[in-house]
Design a protein around this ligand. Structure first.
Ligand code: ZN
Ligand code: ZN
Length: 180
């Protein structure tokens, strides 16, 4: 089975111990052979390019492009991918917000912490793990799943995130195992 290299890249002030813990979980929870590492140096946001001052939100597609540029020469879509964990609230045109955004053609995804945050650190960490798994699933070729418990189900709200499991359903596992 092909090894997938994943880098978790903090964008802005994100807890490195949280990312380390998520990196360890990814290796156990995905049927692909995953090697996950954490980049210790946070990428800064470019406010004039990545921030929408009217909405006070971060332009998710632009951040994905910036990560791709920062990782030029490393990223290889499907084999070596980067998941940015962004301190803030992201959106894409046409949606009020996104928990995350995957751009499989770039081999880059981002997850936005703002709406996942909670006074209970373990709940926040569980939500973050689910959303990182979800976007990574997209980078590995999975689409949304109709099983509401599956981590690949689409979440409209943080309640949806809480009610799904931090696991792939059997159907999605089979799809991931079957990839090249
Ligand atoms: Zn999705
Ligand atoms: Zn599924």
């Amino acid at each position: 089975m092909k090894v997938v290299e994943v880098v978790l890249q903090p964008v802005g002030p994100v807890s490195l111990p949280h990312l380390q813990s998520i990196a360890g979980e990814l290796e156990n929870r995905l049927p692909a052979k995953v090697e996950a590492r954490v980049a210790v140096w946070p990428l800064p946001l470019n406010y004039s390019k990545h921030f929408d001052w009217k909405r006070m939100q971060i332009k998710a597609p632009e951040v994905n492009t910036a990560i791709k540029e920062a990782y030029e020469g490393y990223v290889k879509p499907g084999d070596r991918v980067v998941v940015g964990v962004v301190a803030g609230d992201g959106y894409v045109s046409g949606l009020n917000f996104v928990f995350g955004l995957a751009t499989p053609d770039l081999g880059v995804a981002t997850v936005y912490t703002w709406r996942l945050s909670d006074s209970d650190a373990s709940r926040f960490l569980s939500r973050l793990l689910k959303e990182v798994m979800h976007e990574l699933g997209h980078l590995l070729g999975l689409s949304h799943c109709v099983n509401p418990k599956c981590v690949m189900s689409f979440s409209n709200s943080v309640a949806d995130v809480d009610s799904k499991d931090a696991w792939l359903c059997p159907a999605c596992r089979v799809k991931l195992e079957g990839r090249g």
